[in-house]
Design a protein around this ligand. Structure first.
Ligand code: UD1
Ligand code: UDP
Length: 373
């Protein structure tokens, strides 16, 4: 009898992480993998587009929770997910990343006595004002098996008292997806569609509450962009949170008055990969984009004071610049002419993380007799 694992996705960065894992399960007959989408993200361009582009199977269940306050969203996911557990009686639940769907489903699983597996465990920004840091700390505290993308994650977990025999450094599922798609993305017509020239523009993404929920932080970032866009085109696929806040803060007209900035809807994975790979530099407060630019060899200015992904700072590519105008513009001037080469991938960011995870699951969860050669 195969081992039933319910896998959880909810928000955009979860989709790139689950895609290679769902494919890796299918290369064995040991597991019955089910997929649950909480519906935390639901716009076509924040969700379904990724399922199609990355060949993720249709979810077995979509809880359809949508947006709300942290309490509302987390509580609704928990109530919906408890029904899933009741109905399917899985042997384990696997959650990825650090979004509200991650902790909500993790908590339900352990309270119902189901084993919990966390992929992307141990990352720490040490900034508890970030909702994701709370989600990371709590999910790791209740997980049975913890898979890490970088050595800092392993070290953090051990320091927090997690048994070393439950912690596995396996590499990075997001990079599995990047390496599997980087050639496909070359065929994207996004540069022509947007009238951009290879290496002659920057990509900007913003969605952290510390930047986009605070009008003064947003205004400081716009001050910096005003300078940068005067010499380099900036294309900005706008996260829905950011679009709403820019409108609410009355900043739309200021942005529209900057001729070098292109505000566009969020784009699909292949177009975004093409946009990043061909850019002079990337400015972002995203978690995953720090990792992707590290592998693409594109300089990344991270508009945050801290990162839970310090391995990206050890490589030349990523710099923490916060959201102060002078710091952003100064860092931009430092990196704008850097050659885009010298990629130095962190250990095991080689496209094989999903296979490593499945191997550990086979050796640690299955009865010895059931493990296939
Ligand atoms: C969430 C994650 C964050 C992650 C990000 C990735 C949490 C606490 N935050 O932040 O860690 O980096 O996703 O993108 O889990 N909205 C739409 N359409 C959608 C989704 C959201 O319009 O499909 C709007 C809604 O107004 C919503 C707002 O965006 O209130 C924020 O969405 P939410 O999922 O709560 O948080 P994110 O900022 O997306
Ligand atoms: N991404 C995308 N289209 C966009 C912006 C981002 O496909 O318009 C991808 C990006 O390549 C990465 C993931 O979305 O794989 C990162 O998600 P996000 O920045 O929303 O979340 P975070 O990583 O900060 O949690």
């Amino acid at each position: 009898m195969s081992y039933k694992i319910v896998n959880v996705v909810g928000a955009r960065p979860n989709f790139m992480k689950i895609a290679p894992l769902m494919a890796a399960y299918r290369r064995t007959t040991d597991f019955e993998p089910l997929l649950v989408h909480t519906g935390q993200h639901y716009d076509e361009k924040m969700s379904d587009l990724f399922f199609r582009q990355l060949g993720i199977p249709e979810p077995d269940t979509n809880l359809g929770v949508g947006s709300g306050s942290h309490a509302q969203q987390t509580a609704q996911i928990m109530v919906g997910f408890e029904e899933v557990i009741r109905e399917h009686q899985p042997d384990a639940v696997l959650v990825v990343g650090d979004v509200n769907s991650t902790i909500a489903c993790g908590l339900v699983a352990v309270k119902r006595g189901v084993k919990l597996i966390h992929v992307e465990a141990g990352l720490r920004s040490r900034d508890r004002s970030m909702p994701e840091e709370i989600n990371r700390l709590l999910t790791d505290a209740i997980s049975d098996l913890l898979f890490c993308t970088e050595q800092s994650g392993v070290d953090n977990l051990i320091q927090e008292g997690v048994d070393a025999d439950r912690v596995f450094l396996v590499g990075n599922l997001m990079i599995d997806t990047l390496l599997a798609n980087v050639d496909r993305a070359k065929a994207s017509t996004v540069l022509d569609d947007l009238g951009l020239e290879e290496d002659r523009y920057a990509v900007l993404t913003l969605h952290r509450p510390s930047n986009v929920d605070d009008p003064s932080a947003m205004a400081r970032i716009l001050d910096a962009l005003e300078v940068i866009q005067a010499e380099l085109s900036v294309v900005c696929p706008m996260h829905p949170r950011t679009r709403k806040n820019i409108e609410a803060f009355g900043l739309t007209s200021r942005l529209e008055a900057m001729p070098g900035i292109r505000l566009i809807d969020p784009v699909g994975y292949l177009d975004f990969l093409k946009l990043m790979s061909s850019a002079r530099l990337v400015l972002s407060d995203s978690g995953g984009i720090q990792e992707e630019t590290t592998i693409l060899g594109v300089p990344c200015l991270t508009l945050r004071e801290n990162t839970e992904r310090p391995v990206t700072l050890d490589r030349r590519g990523n710099r923490l610049v916060g959201n102060d105008k002078g710091a952003i513009v100064g860092a931009y001037q430092d990196v704008r002419d850097l050659p885009k080469d010298g990629v130095d991938p962190p250990p095991m960011w080689d496209g094989k993380a999903a296979d490593r995870i499945v191997e550990v699951l086979q050796s640690h969860l299955l009865e010895p007799a059931a493990v296939r050669a």
